[in-house]
Design a protein. Sequence first.
Length: 608
Amino acid sequence: MNLRNVAIIAHVDHGKTTLVDRLLQQSGTFRENQKVAERAMDSNDLERERGITILAKAASVQWKDTRINIVDTPGHADFGGEVERILNMVDGALVLVDAAEGPLPQTKFVVSKALKVGLKPIVVINKVDRPDARPTEVINEVFDLFAALDASEEQLDFPILYGSAKQGWMADSPEGPKDKGMEPLFDLILRHVAPPKVEDGPFRMIGTILEANPYLGRIITGRISSGVLKPNQQVKVLSADGKMIEQGRISKILAFRGIERTPLEEAEAGDIVAIAGLTKGTVADTFCDPAVETPLPAQPIDPPTVSMSFIVNNSPLAGTEGDKVTSRMIRDRLLREAEGNVALRVTEAADKDSMEVSGRGELQLAILIETMRREGFELSVSRPRVVYQKDEATGQLKEPIEEVVIDVDEEHSGVVVQKMSERKAELIEMRPSGGHRLRLVFYAPTRGLIGYQGELLTDTRGTAIMNRLFHGYALYKGEIQGRRNGVLISNDQGEAVAYAMFKLEDRGPMMIEPGWKVYRGMIVGEHTRDNDLEINVLKGKQLTNIRTTSKDEAVRLTPPIKMTLEKALAYIEDDELVEVTPKSIRLRKKHLDPNERKRAEKAREAVA
């Protein structure tokens, strides 16, 4: 069987999902008249909205007499748990780079993983039709990046193609020819990527992607390392340390043909397949013949750097907008998520009403919360906290540090350097990146970056691009200044009244609109001073029988601060929570009762 397994590696928005669309179309996978959604591989609603790939996916195309399995990898370092395992399934990688932007940190993250597992890359310079394209310089940057990541001589001798996935062509030079479509890329994959290495022996496969299917139960995708697999075959599952997890029969074997899955009667070594029928085996486990005793080696996974508490929603409005509100439902949902996503760690808190969820970054956790609210869950979440480590030799505290690359217009570089230094970041490099823009590289503590994205866009009028990558653990950098303003807190429950809000405008900007439901202890605005203030937003105008001119009847309110989920998570302090429901995002104090808040504050001061 002629087979090639290849991963596509690219930074967010460099066009990898569009490239896969073109490969599917030009290989004849889709019929001429078949209607196909744009970005066919981004099947998840959140992926389509945000324009990013979160989950790894596979597709397969037939070219001449060879089948090419294509695996689309996530570009965000937050979803790195997916990336590491996927690269063990493939024998080659397409590194897709934007002809104007060049290689960016997420490219660096996935490429470093790919080079480490010994893959020989093919470099594809995409978007050469952009007016600001600079393909020759970008190739030099890619070479420098590979060299910096300790690529071998063989890996540095990479083949290059230029083209535009959007226009549907690839060629050996940026000028073309453009009439061969994707043919040069298909032919290069067949020449440059080795067929899968197949070992002798009985059936063995390492689990790479896990998903739940309402009809088939748990489905595990992976590449068969050795042997043959048939439906109804007896298999066992071994953990990474060789312990037996379960035994069972395979109920169904599915393989990708195009973007559809089709059942197989027999799967051979080297192919990427999905199997159903087992109940406990998970990602990084070895699925094998009952005779096999030793598991296949699994890739170690980078540690989580950020954690949050997911708490049962106990606000007065709990249960009014969602239908999944109990601690058992939240617990089961999070444990199910952790099964499929190895980069997440879920532990139960001592009080049983909350779960501690740790992940690679606040984006990964925000995506999880957004997914849950769309499924009908109501919950409260705490501010993201970083996961510290103790230095074993000296006992000193260590914190996660990230490499941050910010592309910014020259005129705004001063404010970016100032804000980053306030957040205890260290400037490593500053160089021009063309078009009056600078590229700034920092090493910054993860806790200093929580919530900085929005502030950066405000400071640079929306022109800066920030990319982050986990760098390592370093000694604690000291205190970082948090939010400087206090908040306005509602002192009663009801519906907000425009007149009351108008009278309170000099106290600070509001976060609610007239008619919104509020409750005691809910945060309704930001105070202009540094202390918290309780206010009454329910007080209507006293009606009298004295006529007034109509001009004081119409109340003109300043538009409120709009809180998105990410903005809310970054905004709150340690004594506050974000209440998330399918319809609303509200901010609140952890203790709704003012007396309880005072007691908690005193207890905190006593400990400090």
